[in-house]
Design a protein around this ligand. Structure first.
Ligand code: FES
Length: 137
């Protein structure tokens, strides 16, 4: 190998070695972020469409959000699984949010409990005033 060719290849290797850790750090950052739409809406718990939410263990979807009546109160998370976008559900027995498509499980904070998803669901603020739930975030 000619000297100039050796130097070019060496520089390319060093360049990749310096840049690669930056990519690795960036991919680590993405795992801790969350995903979901910005929303601000009300749910009337007396409306026929949402009456089921009065029972612990039930959940509804609205505007890209799953609103669940969990054993710890009302929880609202973005509904689209961060793996491939299927709608997550709520499991009262496990108190978590499983995805029916490939088995990812999210906690009630929206963080990933088990993959294949590697990005959290967005968690929304839920306030209750009488029979009205307000979901925002
Ligand atoms: S789309 Fe949810 S685990 Fe694949």
């Amino acid at each position: 190998m000619k000297r100039s060719k050796f130097i070019k290849k060496s520089c390319a290797f060093v360049g990749v070695s310096i840049i690669a850790p930056g990519f690795l750090l960036e991919s680590c950052k993405k795992k801790s972020s969350s995903s979901g739409p910005n929303v601000n809406f009300d749910i009337d718990l007396t409306a026929t469409k949402y009456q089921s939410l009065n029972t612990v263990g039930h959940y509804v979807y609205k505007d890209g959000v799953i609103v669940a009546h969990t054993s710890n109160g009302f929880i609202a998370l973005s509904k689209a699984c961060t793996h491939q976008g299927c709608d997550v559900t709520y499991s009262l027995s496990a108190n978590d949010f499983p995805c029916p498509c490939h088995g990812a499980i999210f906690t009630d904070t929206g963080s990933v409990h088990s993959g294949p998803a590697n990005k959290s669901l967005k968690k929304y603020t839920v306030t209750k005033n009488g029979n009205i739930l307000t979901i925002s975030g």
